[in-house]
Design a binder for this molecule. Structure first.
Ligand code: PLP
Length: 380
């Protein structure tokens, strides 16, 4: 089955007890047993819940995990909860290599939480393969990557980084939140684990917070399932249902996000009121070639710097009407933000600091002419 079909059918057979064509929201904490330990596969909803099982099966299928292969996914209460489960795989003294551009909360978790508990971390530019190789230490156990990166939209060569990580017997975890499995499947490029904030494009409607980890490695999946139950950061069944509902239209939404973002990137690039535009779909983007090679589309996020510095950037974001000034991304509605003052405030003063006049757009699926008119008006 092709991606669009799996998004609607994988893990989502009609409910066996009623024929419901939509996976029900199993709002139950526990499950009646026939005899102690004899049950239909469910005991307690932190451990497993049928709505969550359907979501996990669907996500695994979309990331290219073959049915019956032993791989799969674990759904979590947020993208950060998924990162935290990865953290539990590490032992004190292990080293994590972080990218020099990433979601601020991810950096905060590794540097401020694990870092203060005795884990080592350092930072390298993931688009510079030699720099990544040089940054590997004898105790490196995890190489972390976002591609495209948040918010500078750099694109790293996943296969090259996977080879470096595996030479060092480290895992490569790729945060695929920006691209989604519709545009990019990191497991096909050698990643060991894919992380999602399902809060973003997978949910797609800005109404649910969630996350997931996906792997083809059966032993790693078993560890992650153990941690999911042992640590307990699970999504509730209603949240799992909302993400499942979002997945059904993912391909349609991503096509429109990509089309609109490309048009907006071109508009901003050609406008003299901007000084720098980052979008991997633009031919002059420094990573356009690698993006073209490993992605099926360039995504819905565009970052740029307006003429006039930080004051102009703040003024601009206050003036848009269709682009709501808000954190987050990946919903059907367009959002605008200043990362340095909002989503990336926790990396100010670190290697991950971003320019304070950088504006990030999450381009929605509204009519692109309305969006361009809104930006044009706000640029003044
Ligand atoms: C790329 C990326 N990864 C992870 C996260 C964290 O996800 P959540 O907010 O669902 O915990 C975010 C949140 O903005 C993100 O942008």
């Amino acid at each position: 089955m092709r991606f669009e079909t799996r998004a609607i059918h994988a893990g989502q057979d009609p409910d066996p007890s009623t024929g419901s064509v939509i996976v029900p929201i199993y709002a139950t904490t526990t499950y009646a047993q026939d005899a102690p330990g004899k049950h239909a596969g469910y005991e307690y909803s932190r451990t497993d819940n049928p709505t969550r099982t359907a979501l996990q099966d669907a996500l695994a299928s979309l990331e290219g995990v073959a049915d019956g292969s032993g791989g799969g996914s674990v759904a979590t209460a947020s993208g950060m909860a998924a990162a935290a489960l990865m953290g539990y795989l590490l032992e004190a003294g292990d080293h994590v290599l972080l990218p020099n551009d990433a979601y601020g909360g991810t950096f905060r978790f590794f540097a401020r939480v694990l870092g203060e508990q005795g884990f080592e971390w350092s930072v390298a530019d993931p688009t510079d393969v030699d720099a990544v190789r040089a940054a590997i230490r004898s105790n490196t156990r995890l190489v972390w990557l976002e591609t495209p990166t948040n918010p500078l939209l750099r694109v790293a060569d996943m296969a090259a980084l996977a080879a470096i990580a595996h030479d060092a017997e480290a895992l490569l975890c790729v945060d695929n939140t920006f691209a989604t499995p519709y545009l990019q499947r990191p497991l096909d490029h050698g990643a060991d684990v894919v992380l999602h904030s399902t809060t973003k494009y997978l949910g797609g409607h800005s109404d649910v917070v969630g996350g997931a980890l996906v792997t083809r490695d059966a032993a790693l999946l078993e560890q992650l399932r153990f941690l999911q139950n042992a640590a307990g950061p699970v999504p509730g069944p209603f949240d799992a249902f909302l993400v499942l509902r979002g997945l059904k239209t993912l391909s349609l939404r991503m096509d429109r996000h990509c089309e609109n973002a490309m048009r907006i990137a071109e508009f901003l690039r050609d406008d003299e009121r901007t000084v720098e535009v980052a979008y991997p779909g633009l031919a002059d983007h420094p990573d356009h070639e690698v993006a073209h090679r490993q992605m099926d589309g360039f995504g819905g996020i565009v970052s740029f710097r307006p003429e006039g510095g930080v004051a102009a950037a703040h003024r601009f974001t206050e003036r848009t009407e269709l682009f709501f000034l808000a954190e987050s991304l990946g919903g059907v509605e367009s959002l605008i933000e200043v990362p340095a003052a909002m989503t990336h405030a926790s990396v100010v003063g670190t290697d991950l600091e971003v320019p304070d006049d950088l504006v990030r757009l999450s381009v929605g699926i509204e009519h692109v002419d309305d969006l361009i008119e809104d930006l044009d008006r706000a640029l003044g």
